[in-house]
Design a protein around this ligand. Structure first.
Ligand code: AMP
Length: 210
């Protein structure tokens, strides 16, 4: 099964994708994580990410296709952060077709903007394994990852200025994307203000055409 977890910045896409991926034993593929890895050696991408700008469809789709072609994705995956533009919907359809797959379910996470701001300015990520921590789920030891002992850092694009831009970009681009999946009967919208563990039930219960 191919699940897409979508939503604006700090709606909890990463956290919920992780929970779902562990519960279903399929990988969590985050285009943001892929790009942050590339940014370690690519100054142009690093700058764009820091400014909160989208990376071109060509670049991100190529990276995504490479990742989805790996063996661990053969039984499905949880896709987080893609598609983010209308053209990415069709690019994704092409990539999936080549892999003999299709989008099965799309879950949109919604939180009030004020909560997104609060979460984003207090969240940190492990620089080693990528696990995210926040106000609702802090690490046991401050600034140290519970899973791998890596150092926790604030993301360079998690500032008030870029957040406003990222929320606006999401609102502008998401309408048509959501409409596309709604028309196909694949979309479910969930309140992501709390109870992240509910994502497993929300994603797997078959009431998508409601
Ligand atoms: P995220 O971790 O999903 O919040 O993504 C972090 C940043 O990576 C975004 O603000 C964009 O700059 C970039 N990014 C992630 N996914 C995409 C995508 N599908 N298309 C273009 N840029 C992306």
């Amino acid at each position: 099964m191919v699940y897409i977890i979508t939503g604006g910045p700090a709606t909890g896409k990463g956290t919920r994708s992780d929970i779902l991926s562990k519960a279903l034993n399929i990988p969590h593929i985050s285009t943001g994580d892929i790009l942050r890895e590339v940014a370690l050696t690519d100054e142009d991408i690093k700058e764009r990410l820091a400014k909160g700008e989208l990376i071109s469809d060509d670049i991100i789709t190529k990276l995504l296709e490479e990742r989805l072609s790996k063996d661990d994705c053969k039984n499905g995956f949880v896709l987080d952060g893609y598609p983010r533009t209308i053209s990415q919907i069709y690019l994704l359809n092409e990539v999936l077709k080549k892999l003999g797959k299709k989008v099965d379910r799309v879950i949109e996470l919604v939180v009030p903007d004020e909560l997104a701001f609060k979460r984003i300015l207090e969240r940190k990520k492990c620089i080693q394994c990528g696990r995210a921590y926040g106000i609702d789920f802090p690490p046991v030891v401050e600034d140290i990852c519970d899973d791998c002992g890596g150092k926790l850092e604030i993301r360079t694009d998690d500032t008030k200025e870029t957040l406003k831009k990222r929320i606006d970009t999401y609102k502008k681009n998401s309408k048509e994307i959501l409409e596309y999946y709604r028309n196909k009967g694949l979309l479910k919208t969930v309140d992501a203000s709390s109870h992240s563990e509910r994502i497993v039930e929300e994603a797997t219960i078959d009431d998508y055409n409601l």
